[in-house]
Design a protein around this ligand. Structure first.
Ligand SMILES: *Cc1c(COP(=O)(O)O)cnc(C)c1O
Length: 393
């Protein structure tokens, strides 16, 4: 039987025409005409001050870490349950990391643990400069409470690692518009892609000028192109962060079809949810979405009763050609995670992240999936779960 791939990059609009147009124009480098169109689209969509396209979400996180101007001893709070570069980007700029647990409903940062870490850091004389939030699966983390906690700490910046969240909303406001910075990913595994790509979203006008310099290899070339200075030179730190315009061309083709992409992703998500909800097998926990969230439909996951069952079900599905996967290995207990951890008494415990990491299974979700594929994934999952069910007496 055919395999059901976990992910497949799918063309949905004018991607190839735009790439051909970019190649023919000879303006394939960063900052070209397609970049301009993507920036305009994203700035409007996110109600942002500005958007800078980058080579990846990781690069955008690095850029945000540079813009924080971290000093020796500064700390950054990151979720333990996330992709490594959510944390690495800040460690690389010298931050000590404080690992925050997730809360069980949204699998996003637990604001009560954030409050606790901020208290402990205060008492230990550790200066926390930022809290990085991930909207897991494209569902807003507990933003209301997080904003309440951060209101007592006006010097602590909120950074949204919005790799999952583009097109998602919280109380009808776009994810990516809540932090001082938000970062986007256009990696092939994300909702909208160009192979590898990203963006830094700026929501504070005060960051605009320096962000432009750091993004342009530490030069004031952007001010020069805008006619603000009559020559450009090296003025600050930075790197070559810009996305090639030929990739922005591909990305524009995807983003123009965002309504169609989101409609199909939502249909697949809901087909999984309905089929699994109806079957309601014991020991299979389905995702839940708070009433205040409009999800970005980035991924569909289920929780099995324990690690042993998860590993068995995953293996049996893979053997049947269904490429379900698991993630994340919690950062607080990883080799590098421990190396960059702030030594803070009573910190370092993330029991929910540990628990979820062992039980979570992600199902295929991409635009090349047919309804029949989705139904087959459901059948194989349910069959695998039932094979492990205790035999009734
Ligand atoms: C995918 C992802 C990243 C990394 O994105 P790249 O564009 O590959 O650098 C970072 N954080 C989260 C939460 C992600 O899912």
């Amino acid at each position: 039987m055919d395999e059901v791939l976990f992910n497949k990059a799918t063309l949905v609009g004018a991607e190839l025409d735009y790439v051909a147009e970019s190649m023919a124009s000879g303006r394939t480098t960063a900052g070209g005409p397609f970049t301009e169109r993507v920036v305009e689209l994203l700035t409007a969509e996110l109600d942002a001050v500005d958007v800078l396209l980058t080579t990846s979400c990781t690069a955008a996180l690095e850029l945000s870490a540079m813009l924080l101007d971290l000093q020796p001893g500064d700390a950054v709070i990151v979720p333990s349950f996330t992709f490594a570069t959510t944390a690495l980007a800040f460690a690389r700029e010298g931050a000590q990391l404080l690992y925050c647990d997730i809360e069980p409903e949204t699998l996003g940062l637990d604001p009560e643990h954030v409050a606790d870490l901020l208290d402990r850091a205060d008492r230990a004389g550790v200066r926390v400069r930022a809290v990085v939030a991930v909207h897991y699966a494209g569902v807003a983390c507990r933003l209301d409470r997080l904003q309440e906690v951060l209101a007592d700490h006006p010097d602590v910046a909120l950074v949204e690692d919005n790799a999952h969240g583009l097109a998602g909303r919280h109380r009808d406001r776009p994810l990516g518009s809540f932090g001082r910075f938000a970062t986007q990913s256009f990696h092939a595994t994300k909702n909208f892609s160009c192979g590898e790509g990203g963006a830094l979203v700026l929501n504070d006008p005060a960051d605009r000028e320096r962000a432009g310099v750091l993004h342009e290899k530490g030069t004031n070339r952007r001010a020069f192109s805008l006619g603000h200075v009559d020559r450009y030179s090296w003025v600050d730190t930075g790197s070559s962060f810009g996305l090639a315009d030929v990739l922005a061309a591909h990305l524009l083709g995807q983003l123009e079809q965002r309504a169609l992409i989101q409609e199909r992703r939502s249909a697949i998500w809901n087909r999984y949810h309905q089929a699994l909800g109806t079957a309601a097998p014991d020991g299979l926990l389905l995702p839940s979405v708070p009433a205040t969230a409009d999800p970005a439909w980035h991924l569909y996951h289920v929780l099995l009763p324990d690690r042993g069952e998860r590993d068995r079900v995953l293996q049996e599905m893979n053997a049947a050609g269904i490429w379900a996967v698991f993630h994340y290995v919690p950062l607080h207990s990883s080799v590098a995670g421990r190396r960059f951890a702030a030594p803070l008494a009573g910190g370092g415990q993330c029991p929910v992240a540990d628990d979820v990491s062992g039980r979570l299974l992600r199902l295929p979700l991409h635009l090349s999936l047919t309804d029949a594929d989705v139904d087959r994934v459901v059948d194989e999952l349910l069959a695998a779960v039932r094979r492990g069910a205790p035999v009734p007496r």
